[in-house]
Design a binder for this molecule. Structure first.
Ligand SMILES: [Cu+2]
Length: 116
């Protein structure tokens, strides 16, 4: 009976998005300095620890051959880049904090954005 209850709690947490691996909190990291350019490779962000002041503009370069997105969880930032393409995202209006970055096409592509 106790096992059943724990299972039920786990399922409820999962539905709430707390215990599921797909929506875990962003990993804390220390950026090596202010990031100006983020490369979207097949299949990783470079750097994986992005640091920028609020209001900054980041240049995005897809150096890979397939489409990637630069999606910042909890914000409206969701930039799509075709293979070989580039673009920019503005961090204007993004409150200081730690954000999870993901490519929605390849959920294994993750990074951390630290806005200061
Ligand atoms: Cu991708």
């Amino acid at each position: 009976m106790r096992t059943l209850r724990s299972l039920l709690v786990l399922v409820m947490l999962c539905v709430g998005g707390i215990a599921c691996s797909g929506s875990k909190a962003p990993a804390a990291c220390t950026p090596s300095g202010p990031t100006q350019t983020v490369d979207l490779k097949d299949f990783a962000f470079e750097p994986a620890c992005i640091g920028a002041p609020s209001g900054a503009t980041l240049t995005l370069k897809n150096t890979g051959s397939v489409m990637h997105t630069f999606t910042v969880t909890g914000t409206a930032i969701d930039q799509k880049l075709e293979g070989g393409g580039d673009g920019q995202v503005s961090l204007a209006g993004i409150a200081p904090g730690t954000y999870a970055v993901v490519c929605t096409v390849h959920p294994q592509m993750t990074a951390t954005l630290q806005v200061t």
